[in-house]
Ligand binder design. Structure first.
Ligand code: ATP
Length: 369
């Protein structure tokens, strides 16, 4: 067994259960993201796995070695685990320049590592800053130095806690890509904490979505986004529209269409969750735009697309997309706002009529609470 293996880890603070029976496997070369809301236990799980917090229940393997086992009390300190750590504050040594910071943890300064550092500085666009001190670097440059410092001793496992949160949005995309390149090149097993779904989608081979101390879904980014395990996961990736209906003859009818619901009993109340980008809009009388990613069917696909029409409440540009809110009549005679995010510039006037269809891939059915 190589990589990182966390088995059945639980952790309490002051008798409050913060992590509950979580198991995680990260293979060499894999990036696994722990994704979840603030306080769900992500950082605690990472800190216990890294040895920064004493293990209370469970077991942690790194490579072939058991580095912590609650049953025996064995608990190696972080510096004996063969790991790299990087936190959001970077914690660079202010009195050391870039090269000295990166070399700090290597001990015997081997030729092979010096060659690697030169290569890594190049890869991370830091070559001309080799002799610079941290206070003269931008946030993104400091982040990359901190990453190289964590990777220089060739750790088998790298732990990253919100590594991009200090960067502004324009720098983030580039630094993420550079980080991913070097992680994949080194082949280290990486466990990363983030509360940002887009960041997890970009970085991860697998995402472990956490809620209240438990892993509620473990899947690839595409699986977690398109096949959410429950309404919490579906809603965590961004705003979501919630429709509901009662199952009859294996289908549930909603004002936005009728959906196949073969896995539910007749009479069951079902929530149909649809992301804003799962809706296709067109001016009344026009054909809705089809996105290249739209798939024709999956179990929860609409079986009838009669393209009902609705009144627009507002439409605002978002740059590459437009946010259109329209009014959906409800069965009690009232109405509810529904959000649609459509590609490009689509800005119908308030009170204009739009036709609405649902992308088959983006309607998620769950038994109502
Ligand atoms: P965030 O994204 O906000 O850091 P998180 O998912 O990483 O959240 P944790 O930092 O693991 O969550 O915290 C989980 C819970 O444990 C929180 O309620 C937090 O207040 C509590 N907690 C964390 N560290 C300690 C500690 N040292 N002592 C007591 N309670 C703690």
């Amino acid at each position: 067994m190589s990589g990182l293996h966390i088995s059945n880890l639980s952790h309490d603070f002051d008798d409050v259960s913060v992590v509950r029976g979580v198991s995680v496997f990260v293979a060499p070369g894999e990036v696994v993201c722990l994704l979840g809301p603030s306080g769900c236990g992500k950082t605690t799980l990472l800190r216990v796995a890294a040895g920064l917090e004493r293990l209370q229940r469970g077991q942690v393997h790194i490579g072939e070695a058991v580095v912590a086992d609650a049953a025996t009390g064995h608990d190696l300190p972080p510096e004996k685990r063969g790991i790299g750590l990087m936190f959001q504050d970077y914690a660079l040594f202010p009195h050391l320049n870039v090269r000295e910071n990166i070399q700090f943890g290597i001990g015997a300064d081997s030729k092979e590592r010096r060659t690697w550092i030169d290569h890594a500085l190049d890869l991370m666009d830091l070559k001309k800053h080799t002799d610079s001190f941290p206070h003269t670097l931008s946030g993104g440059q400091q982040q990359r130095v901190a990453l190289l410092r964590a990777l220089a001793p060739k750790p088998r496992v790298l732990f990253l806690d919100e590594p991009f949160s200090g960067l502004d949005i324009t720098r983030r995309a580039q630094v993420r890509q550079q980080t991913l390149n070097i992680l994949k090149e080194t082949g280290v097993a990486t466990l990363m904490v983030t509360h940002d779904p887009e960041e997890a989608m970009f970085m991860a081979d697998r995402i472990l979505v956490m809620n209240h101390g438990r892993v509620v879904q473990d899947g690839t980014p595409v699986e977690t986004y398109f096949e959410p395990a429950d309404p919490f996961v579906a809603g965590f990736f961004g705003p979501i529209n919630r429709l509901s209906g009662v199952v009859a003859d294996g289908h549930v009818a909603t004002p936005l269409g009728t959906f196949a619901a073969p896995e539910f009993d007749t009479g069951a109340r079902v929530d149909v969750l649809v992301r804003p980008e799962g809706l296709r809009l067109a001016e009344a009388g026009q054909k809705p735009n089809q996105n290249p990613g739209d798939a024709p069917c999956r179990p929860a696909s609409p079986v009838s697309l009669t393209a009902p029409q609705f009144d627009v409440i507002s439409a605002r540009p978002l740059g590459g997309a437009s946010l259109v809110i329209f009014r959906l009549p409800t069965s009690d005679g009232g109405s509810m706002p529904i959000e649609a995010r459509v590609p490009g510039v689509f800005l119908p006037e308030p009170s204009a009529r739009v036709t609405v269809t649902v992308n088959a891939n983006e309607a998620h059915l769950f038994k109502a609470d």
